[in-house]
Ligand binder design. Structure first.
Ligand code: UFG
Length: 325
């Protein structure tokens, strides 16, 4: 297969590119490098510097290559930033996605895997979240992703576009060889911040909120390894070969860890103390987000291979000890 991976220089996207190349598929990465890193794109991929909002550039790329499918990882993804500056989120995550979809339609490419998020659920009303759980985002980031899911459902009926939206819970970990990993600026995610704290980097780890209604008062999240997210995307492409429509699947391991538990596990994996302090709650954080991914297992045949917190943390730790970008 020949795949266009938009956002392939980003954290999840670059792990996707690696996975696809390992399976001997051809890849063109299309990325504006606003948050991604050129150095994270593996050598076997063709790299095009471009923005998905640039219709002319996209048309050239679709004119030069015959793609079997597109994977779309380009998005702004900071919840707090989306509250402060929602226009950027709607413009980039929704408006520019429409430009990409238009280019696909024009080129006759009818299969898309879209990166969605657990943020579409807002404050969950049940302990584990399956695909039938109501969607009620509590911030513009979640709304922007849910809007695209709506667009994809309509595009399926109107234009026959086949799509799979994968709702990631907490993407974490790094490639097993330590060459690519999670490097955001600013870094807001728990696991990289924990590991940076171990190394004395960053501004010091703050635990946001100790008064949640959870087993130890800190938020519970379902961490899923980036390589397992990548394998689900390729399975989604196979799924679309046999199934017409717009589909959504949750991707998580079904097990929640509190912030304190992640810190304790990191101390075990690194053999070092994680210096931290307790702080106020962070705006927009639901207390508990844990996935049921049964549908992804049943329909896609997805089997996460790095589900243990120790494996997720040790792969991330390997990267943080020697980051390449
Ligand atoms: N946390 C800290 N300190 C930090 C960073 C995070 O205590 O320095 C806490 C957060 O408050 C939260 C948990 O650790 O309770 C996980 O936070 P992350 O920032 O790592 O991840 P989120 O759960 O906020 O983010 C994920 C996805 C988003 C999605 C969001 C929905 O990455 O794409 O869930 O709530 F929008």
């Amino acid at each position: 297969m020949k795949l266009l991976i938009c956002g392939g220089a980003g954290y999840v996207g670059s792990h996707m590119v690696r996975h696809v190349l390992e399976k001997q598929h051809e890849v063109v990465v299309y990325d504006n490098l606003s948050t991604g890193h050129r150095a994270s794109v593996p050598a076997g991929a063709t790299f095009v510097h471009g923005d998905i909002g640039d219709a002319a550039r996209l048309a050239r790329v679709f004119g030069e290559h015959r793609f079997d499918a597109v994977m779309h990882f380009c998005a702004r993804s900071l919840v707090g930033e989306s509250v402060v500056d929602p226009y950027i989120y709607y413009e980039n995550n929704v408006g520019n996605t429409l430009t990409l979809l238009g280019a696909m339609r024009h080129a006759g490419v009818d299969r898309l895997v879209f990166s969605s998020t657990a943020a579409v659920f807002g404050h969950p009303v049940s302990d584990t979240i399956d695909e039938s759980h109501p969607t009620a985002p509590i911030n513009p980031y979640g709304h922007s992703k849910l809007m695209v899911e709506r667009v994809l459902a309509d595009a399926s009926k109107a234009y026959g576009l086949r799509s799979v939206a994968l709702r990631y819970f907490n993407a974490a970990g790094a490639s097993c060889c330590g060459t690519i990993g999670e490097a955001h600026d600013p870094e807001t995610h728990l696991i990289p911040n924990v590991l940076k704290a171990v190394l004395g980097q960053g501004k010091g780890l703050k635990v946001f909120g100790t008064d949640y209604d959870t087993r130890d008062g800190t938020c519970v999240r379902d961490y899923v390894h980036v390589n397992d997210l990548a394998s689900a995307h390729l399975l989604a492409i196979d799924y679309m070969a046999k199934n017409e429509g717009a589909f959504t699947f949750n991707l998580g391991n079904g097990e929640g860890f509190t912030v304190r538990e992640v810190i304790a596990a990191a101390e075990k994996v690194t053999g070092r103390e994680v210096p931290h302090e307790f702080a106020e709650r962070r705006a927009g954080d639901p207390a508990v987000l844990v996935a049921s991914s049964q549908q992804a297992r049943d329909a896609l045949g997805w089997r996460p291979e790095m589900a243990r917190m120790e494996d997720i943390l040790s792969s991330a730790w390997k990267w943080h000890l020697e980051p390449r970008y």
